[in-house]
Design a protein around this ligand. Sequence first.
Ligand code: BDP
Length: 724
Amino acid sequence: MTNSVRSLLIFLCVFFSLKSYSDNGYDLWLKYQKIENKALLNTYKNTLNSISFTGNTATLNAAKEEIVRGLSGLLNHEYTISKAVASTNALIIATKEHIDSQFTEQLKNDFTQLKKNGFIIKSITKKNRKYTIITSNDELGVLYGVFNFLRLIQTHKSINDLHIVDAPTIDIRLLNHWDNLDRTVERGYAGESIWNWHKLPDFIDQRYIDYARANASIGINGTVLTNVNSNALILTPQYMEKVTALANVFRPYGIKVYLTARFSAPIEIGGLSTADPLHKEVQQWWNDKAKEIYSQIPDFGGFLVKANSEGQPGPQNYGRNHVDGAKMLATAVAPYGGIVMWRAFVYSEHDTDDRAKQAYTEFVPFDGQFPDNVIIQVKNGAIDFQPREPFHPMFGAMPKTNVMMEFQITQEYLGFSTHLVFLPKLYQEVLSSDTYVKGKGTTVANVIDGSLHTKKITAMAGVANIGSDFNWTGHPFAQANWYGFGRLAWNPHLSAKEIADEWLRSTFSNKDEFVEPMTDLLINSRETVVNYMTPLGLHHIMDTNHHYGPGPWVSNLSRPEWNPVYYHKADSLGIGFNRSTDGSNAVSQYSKELKTIYNNLESCPEELLLWFHHVPWNYKLKNGDTLWNNMALTYQKGVNEVAQMEATWKMMEPYVDNQRFQEVNMLLKIQLKEANWWKNACMLYFQQYANLPFPNGMEKPTKSLKYYQSLKFPFAPGIRPQWD
Ligand code: BDP
């Protein structure tokens, strides 16, 4: 054997042995690992002797490829696909019109219930022969059915007696990428943008296809490719060619492409002297632009617009309002079935009113005036994606307007990509909040899914946490937030626990010794981050611009409502923002039942106390201890919980591949360090006002407040580019 052959063999051995022990996370929750449990494997194999598949369109081919890929991985068995239905134990996949007529009767009732893009998965026995059928009225429903079926097997569910009829509850389920054309990602912590604009349209990265598969597997059906702080260049022919290439990749997976529309584009790329929405020439420019876009992308979804917010141009630059602006764009895309998502994330440095009230004040009076193809995109809370906020009072307040939810999946305020936080718990808390708009039991989810007030369009968006890192999201567990967002957009009534269970099983292991403790860990992780960052209703006390770490002392920014001191209002008497009727009166934007609950110090939920009230340091909370002591001990609890997470994770080593085990281990250490940083910096700072000792049970900081205040992070990731 020559030396080079020997080296090659050694290399191959090392490579494959490493490969079998490590997992870089690229496959997300679509791992399709061989089922090790022999008995289970045989049960599946027996039920799935053969596959009958009918159809040959792009979407059906995607479904076909996925079922073959999934089953051959999971069952370690090569399937040949044919149209013919084998005599027994066959898996039959086809749209309704191609389902063998012998099954029509047994599917009749299910089909009458089936909604758009929904699917039926049913076990049928006929003359002692067993079949499993995946079908739908439409092709996309078949693809969703296939992914659902594969999930059942990935999570080791029984497939013997299936009867599932499921469909998306919300029409438009989309990711918002805050990706810039130079491939930086605003608030992105997982590498650069996956859109390689430079190489597009000719180079199609495999990632684009896997992105589409991953999204389709959880029911996401739209993607806004570009940042809300937008660049008009994306609408030029040079870039539209690239967008078209992406749209072509995503189409088979039922994913529509949307773009952010910069309001001043007619000036910047159109050569006009104004972008006034009532100006005929401007309207014509947008109509022509829409025509041009739709000639290349016939199923283009539409525009997302951030107007007159944080320096972005908008109709108010011309003395017009949100309705004027939205109408102009809506008119341009309406002939092609497009929509406009108009964001309600507005607040002004010229408005001295509480920032939390401004969006409601500005938008609610326009209820009923927006065209049918406009939907108002509202963040889950009235300030800005904080670890905990009460739900935004606009939910339920605009019965005659389409209103959609915007969640943030990327962890701008929740520890970037180094903290383990399971966000579906946060999403579920918001979605299940009672608005009391039509009496008790009318939740935010009922507003979003259109069941409370009938809506023309329903939608839910999540600001993506995806980047070019191997594992897409930086932290291996941040994948769960992408997954969970998609699942909740499909069905906002799902429980976070169910989602955690599914994700853990598909992504890591089905062993109960792993799934049970890790489900608890995920579910509790959300409260943990609140505990060590912003307990008891505190909010917006992070450091400036990059938003990394604590900065409750910041008070020197040009706009008052950018300063943390504006939000916590700590003084010698107490702490918290008085939003009660004798304060900013933000409570009055909620329905009367909630207003009463929030307005009253005794009935206000303690986890929102400092959001709604300025509370004396010595005020006794329900456990009989003072606010100050509770605050200190809650910070400490958060820190202790992270230490506990670390200990739990250590015990998971037998169930996890080496690479991800080590990665999470290191990340939890960072999280613990940073949880302590939050606790120490905040407690030292607030102590100056409370003038009280740290209670027993709180570990004393070893560094000074000055030290924490001196920390600077000029190159923290995700920083937004210079505001214009
Ligand atoms: C804030 C982010 C900023 C975004 C803004 C938005 O800090 O980068 O541009 O929200 O949603 O959370 O428009």
